[in-house]
Design a protein around this ligand. Structure first.
Ligand code: AMP
Length: 529
């Protein structure tokens, strides 16, 4: 059994990284935290910090990563991204790798007061019991100016894990001066408009109590208000690569003073083809900058981006596992059926799962046209339903999401746009009407339920067209201790070797801090340099 740590005020070393002015605030905060102890606080399930090193060693997952590490020739707890100068520190389910990560000043923060952050900056955390594991580990490094790679899923508290250091970065640069007419100092890039909006909501709420202003820039909406906000001066820009690039090209978005950059869902950003846009945007920012990259997975193109744009010694914080694993709080039901029976079956499942028409049910489909068709079919069947997909105008997407979030329309059809990154509270059931193109997407989709310690149900239709993914799905089900239907096993359990889009199956993973590659030019080459 995992043994829980006592919640303790972390010892003074953390204060080494804290500017002097903050120390006085820290004392006040400690006192306030004590007073607040009586009031109920929100706590992420994962927030609990376990001292389960021993039990973890026994766990299947740990054995697997150990075995992988041995196969890769790296030491236990190390993730194949380390050089011999690197250290690896494990704290419960979190593994931190990088140079000097065991320094006392990087001790995990067990309480908010231990962070020494000013009260007005921590205002946004007042309903939380303590920093989530990613916050607890990332803040000390980020507040110390280190580059950081975070492997953590949405719902782990990662937005504030980078958002609060971004706010502190602005505060220390502006030194109390107003942001009027000034260029932004921080940039957060996100792959989808909805995720950008969600990050922006969290950061503007956090910044409102301490005078840090942010703006969200994304496509599908008019540029006018975005341009006026940029002109009036802003501290933090959050947005999607396409719109930001457009505004840069129009000469209205100047990023030359940006010295704190976050790439959120970096893997997704590259998957969606934003690599060139991201590179060109990063090229506009200050050459001396702090870089933070969050990614749910760590494929080769993301390594390369990190290697190119980050400090040679970034810290890597992995929350949970980098392996593909589903949330164990989700009951996974897989039903093998014929394509043409899905409509009828979906209607029957809604009678079962959505009888009250009050609980949130999210139905995933693969294609935009499929979303429209299923939405119309359900509407004709008398269901109150909204949908979110790429063919809808941004205003409609925002409206649908808001109706779903508020609960005024708790049934939503979505393509994978909504599968990752969105923090939608209390989704009780996810139905996969069409199986996604990858098992990773399946794991992300079903991760929309079973959040914040609640249990969820994911009911998935699997047809013969999806048989290539049967083996991987069986592994995901088995890992989570779920029932594997006989009909699924009939498709076979073969798992295709993962391939890099660029290099095929035979690529070697590059450590993030490996020496940078050098450009070789040939004297008699006709190529441009
Ligand atoms: P993320 O999308 O990873 O930023 O996670 C966002 C969710 O985590 C939101 O529901 C937040 O309210 C919640 N959250 C953030 N920080 C904490 C914390 N320290 N304790 C509990 N919940 C948190």
């Amino acid at each position: 059994m995992a043994k829980k740590h006592e919640t303790a005020i972390v010892s003074e070393p953390v204060a080494e990284q804290i500017p002097n002015g903050i120390k006085a605030e820290k004392k006040k905060k400690k006192k306030k935290d004590k007073q607040n102890e009586a009031s109920p606080k929100r706590k992420l399930e994962e927030v609990e910090i376990h001292d389960d090193t021993e039990s973890n060693k026994k766990s299947k997952k740990h054995k697997k990563s150990k075995q992988n590490a041995e196969e890769n020739g790296t030491v236990e707890g190390n993730d194949g991204n380390s050089t011999k100068d690197d250290e690896s520190a494990r704290d419960g389910s979190v593994v931190v790798t990088g140079k000097n990560v065991k320094d006392a000043k990087y001790e995990p923060l067990r309480t908010f007061s231990a962070s020494g952050l000013p009260e007005n900056v921590l205002e946004c955390c007042k309903n939380f019991e303590r920093p989530s594991p990613i916050q607890s580990r990332a803040w000390p490094f980020l507040l110390d100016g280190r580059d950081l790679i975070g492997i953590a899923a949405t719902g782990s508290g990662k937005t504030l894990a980078f958002g609060i250091p971004a706010i502190m970065h602005v505060k220390s640069k502006r030194k109390g001066k107003a942001s009027k007419g000034r260029n932004p100092l921080c940039l957060v890039l996100s792959p989808t408009r909805e995720l950008a909006q969600q990050i922006s909501d969290v950061i503007s709420d956090a910044g409102s109590s301490c005078g840090v202003e942010s703006i969200c820039l994304y496509g599908g909406t008019s540029k006018g208000p975005q341009i006026s906000s940029l002109k009036s001066g802003i501290d933090i820009v959050i947005g999607t690569p396409g719109r930001i690039k457009d505004l840069i090209e129009m000469g209205v978005c100047c990023l030359k003073e940006v010295s704190f950059v976050v790439l959120d869902e970096a893997d997704r950003m590259l998957d969606m083809g934003f690599e060139q846009a991201v590179r060109s945007i990063l090229g506009q920012t200050c050459s001396v900058r702090q870089m933070v990259m969050f990614s749910a997975t760590w494929p080769l193109p993301v390594h390369q981006l990190a290697q190119e744009f980050m400090d040679p010694n970034p810290v890597k914080v992995v929350v949970g596992s980098e392996d593909l694993a589903a949330n164990h709080d989700v009951m996974q039901i897989v039903e093998v059926l014929e394509d043409h029976s899905r409509d009828k079956r979906l209607a029957a499942l809604l009678e079962k799962y959505h009888e009250s028409q009050r609980n949130r049910v999210l139905v995933f489909v693969l294609y935009k046209w499929e979303a429209t068709r299923v939405e119309n079919m359900l509407r004709e069947g008398g269901w109150k339903v909204v949908s979110i997909h790429g063919d809808k105008a941004q205003s409609e997407r925002t409206k649908a999401l808001s109706l779903f979030k508020k609960g005024s329309c708790p049934l939503m059809i979505a393509t994978d746009v909504a599968a990752r990154g969105l923090d939608i509270p209390d989704v009780e059931v996810v139905i996969n009407y069409s199986f996604p193109l990858t098992t990773e997407d399946y794991v992300h989709r079903i991760g929309r339920t079973g959040r914040a310690g609640k249990k969820g149900v994911a009911h998935t239709f699997f047809t013969k067209h999806n048989k290539g993914l049967a083996g991987e799905l069986v592994n995901v089900l088995k890992e989570a201790g779920q029932v594997v239907p006989e009909a699924l096993l009939k498709f076979g359990t073969h798992v295709k070797k993962k391939e890099s889009k660029l290099y095929g199956a035979h690529f070697k993973e590059i450590p993030v801090n490996a020496p940078k590659s050098q450009k070789i030019t040939f004297d008699n080459s006709d190529d441009e340099d």
